[in-house]
Design a binder for this molecule. Structure first.
Ligand code: B12
Length: 263
């Protein structure tokens, strides 16, 4: 695969892309012209307005299809690759037993005004996500799911009372960067309570987070869209092992111990 590539629609390398947006003006010829102008300014040439639909009297939604001349350089693409091995529930349970000699306590919540609980429930609830069981299924994990619209002081109090090993926070609403502001508030409160490397492992997740922002936001790890429960459980084992200076890939599960484990 070449490091340089172009998008395509009909024939390889034709550069075709499709994008949608809304302009704050009534639907009409002028609006379609405005949409075309915007697309051209974005480097789409020729730009076809393939769909325009009024949204009430003062707004119009557009879909524009056209060709860009830009190239994508794969050598310049920077992403956060998973930095730990993916464990099965059995391996996670065994690793927790060996590491902690007790159950791992995980406290989860949506903070701020955010009421979107489906994401955190996908990770925590036993029914899980994408064919994987959630953290409640893991015998060695105790899950305390506080639900929606939890304030940072209440979350901190719960984390202290439960002696949480990890705090998992979901932020789905991103209007006015609420997810970033709330995460910074969370990190500040927890870092004031516990010294660096102590206290619960802080994890935030949601569909519009950039996984590269953990350091900047003051949390240990950020998860974005498509995260599965095993991604999170495996990370928590890795993070707690690393804090104890243990090889994150250890402890290697002994075959006979794994067989004792149901499910
Ligand atoms: C369902 C839904 C609702 C439901 C929520 C029900 C519930 N109990 O959760 C209801 C109807 C209540 C609702 C309300 C609102 N909603 Co709404 N909602 C949605 C919708 C359609 C789906 C979200 C969802 O459930 N996704 C499925 C889950 C599984 O995906 P996920 O959240 O991304 O989670 C995954 C990952 O992100 C990650 N993850 C998420 N959290 C965490 C946490 C951790 C720790 C980890 C490790 C991983 C992780 O793992 C999950 C599994 O992979 C989205 C649009 C969309 N299609 O996404 C809008 C959407 C999120 N809502 C939106 C809005 C604006 C609202 C309202 C403000 C609308 C209004 N004006 O009242 C209110 C706000 C209510 C509030 N106070 O928060 C906007 C947000 C826009 C923005 N940029 O902020 C969206 C994007 C719709 C849109 N396009 O405008 N909503």
């Amino acid at each position: 695969m070449s490091a340089l590539m172009r998008p395509y629609g009909d024939t390889t390398g034709d550069g075709m892309v499709q994008l949608s947006f809304t302009l704050p003006m009534p639907h009409g010829k002028k609006a379609e012209g405005a949409a075309q102008q915007l697309a051209r300014k974005m480097g789409i040439e020729p730009a076809m307005v393939v769909h325009a639909k009024p949204i009430g009297p003062s707004f119009t939604f557009f879909v524009v299809y056209g060709s860009v001349s830009h190239l994508v350089d794969l050598d310049e693409v920077k992403v956060v690759e998973r930095e730990y091995p993916l464990l099965s529930p059995k391996e996670t349970n065994l690793a927790i037993r060996t590491l902690l000699r007790r159950r791992m306590v995980v406290v989860g919540a949506c903070i701020g005004t955010d009421a979107h609980t489906v994401g955190i429930d996908a990770i925590l609830n036993i029914k899980g996500f994408a064919g994987e069981k959630g953290l409640e299924y893991y015998r060695e994990i105790k899950v305390v799911n506080l639900g929606a619209q939890v304030s940072v002081p209440d979350l901190l109090a719960a984390a202290r009372a439960e002696q949480a090993d990890a705090v998992l926070v979901s932020q789905v609403v991103t209007q006015r960067e609420a997810h970033l502001r709330n995460t910074r508030e969370l990190a500040t409160a927890f870092r004031q309570e516990w010294a660096e490397g102590e206290g619960p492992v802080l994890v935030v997740g949601g569909p519009r987070f950039d996984e590269a922002m953990a350091g900047e936001l003051g949390v240990d790890r950020v998860f974005a869209k498509g995260t599965t429960p095993a991604d999170v459980a495996s990370y928590l084992v890795h993070a707690l092992a690393a804090r104890r200076g243990v090889d994150p890939t250890a402890p290697a599960p002994a075959a006979e111990e794994l067989q004792e484990e149901p499910a």
